[in-house]
Design a protein around this ligand. Structure first.
Ligand code: FAD
Length: 341
């Protein structure tokens, strides 16, 4: 059980900046995100796209903004729990909160900030009859243990970086890999595509492009074959032990919908003074919240994080008067940066 002041659900730009604003007020935060890297939409959806409306930063990419935020929060040493979804959130008898993740990690916190953006990113599923019967045993949406595929016949579905990276990574150890992509152009980096094409030309890997998975066959959760339907021509049956599906990630509100909050069409209603939800002690900032005039912009989320931090400080330490401190002279900032007063 990890005891902390605040658990932040979501490591997107607003969740990260929330760590900074809480840290300035002397509050410790633990951040949980269902994806494996920080940055939310910025790194998941547009790491290389330029952003032009971060105040005083004329241009930066989604990745650069995330890297800068990670550097900015470093002095406050937040616990980062990536690759696990917050599933359970409930109030304890003493008005603190109990939080549990998909990896059964448990926290108690004095306040919660939901910075969950458009929801938790989940792998897009394979839309073929019976696919769920094999999920987790011989049909996989992520690779946890590459050794599991040594000496096996694999079909890798997808045309992005994950599909190509894993097809290339497993090419040596698998018995045979068939890469299946619904187009003939790949979204992966050109170098990976070139390496894949070379393996296909050398007869090490098979490639079926302009084609889709049509049917699965097997028994007791163990796949035996996958039928691939090309855009033109006859269906092809490929013998497989495992199918790896990399169709990208899609956001889903997920467990947040079950936490008893006042939900407004996939967003959470908050008051625009404290950014508190309908549940006292649970706050929401960034794309996930709604209030009159709400704009889904990073800079708006930063403002919300600042005000939420003051409200959380007042809730946790009601007897302490909190003055706005400029960071230049803030004793906490000086202490964290090792600056002598
Ligand atoms: C293509 C594109 C371009 C954009 N360009 C701009 C721009 O130029 N300027 C601008 O201001 N905005 C831009 N935006 C919008 C901007 O990216 C969002 O406003 C911003 O990412 C919101 O940040 P956030 O921290 O609220 O949420 P997000 O970035 O969505 O991050 C939320 C995180 O919470 C996690 N999460 C959700 N539920 C759970 C759970 N139960 N457990 C654990 N983790 C969970 C998610 O996995 C996700 O990583 C753009 C968006 C897109 C798609």
């Amino acid at each position: 059980m990890i005891h902390t002041d605040v658990v932040i659900v979501g490591a997107g730009p607003c969740g990260l900046f929330q760590v900074f604003e809480l840290g300035l007020l002397g509050l410790k935060a633990e951040v949980v995100d269902s994806i494996r890297q920080a940055g939310g939409q910025c790194t998941e959806l547009y790491p290389d796209k330029p952003i032009y409306d971060i105040p005083a930063v004329p241009v930066c990419t989604g990745q650069e903004l995330t890297d800068a935020l990670m550097k900015q929060i470093e002095p406050f040493a937040p616990g980062m729990h990536l690759g696990e979804e917050v599933q359970v959130l409930r109030r304890n008898d003493d008005d603190t909160f109990f939080v549990e993740t998909s990896k059964q990690k448990q926290f108690t916190a004095k306040a919660i900030v939901i910075a969950a953006g458009v929801g938790s990113f989940q792998p897009r599923p394979l839309n073929v009859a019976g696919a769920e019967d094999y999920a987790g045993t011989s049909l996989h949406y992520r690779v946890r243990d590459p050794e599991q595929f040594r000496g096996k016949k694999l079909a890798v579905l997808g045309g992005g970086d994950s599909a190509l990276d894993w097809a290339l990574e497993l090419a040596d150890s698998a018995e045979r890999i068939t890469l299946v992509h619904r187009r003939d152009e790949y979204r992966a980096v050109p170098d990976s595509v070139a390496r894949m094409k070379k393996l296909v030309a050398d007869g090490v890997m098979d490639e079926i492009s302009n084609a889709k998975a049509k049917a699965l066959a097997g028994e007791d959760g163990q796949l035996k074959s996958i039928t691939i339907q090309p855009k033109e021509g006859e269906a092809i049956a490929v013998d497989v032990d495992h199918v790896l599906v990399f169709f990208g990630l899609a956001p889903k509100l997920g467990p947040i919908a079950e936490w008893g909050l006042d939900i407004n069409r996939k967003t959470i209603n908050v008051d625009p003074e404290k950014f508190e939800t309908s549940e006292p002690g649970i706050y929401a900032v960034g794309d996930i919240n709604f209030y009159p005039g709400k704009k889904k912009l990073i800079l708006c989320g930063f403002h919300e994080a600042a005000l939420a931090a003051f409200a959380i400080k007042a809730r946790i330490e009601p007897d302490k008067k909190v003055h706005v401190q400029y960071t230049t002279t803030s004793p906490i900032m000086h202490e964290r940066l090792g600056i002598e007063d």
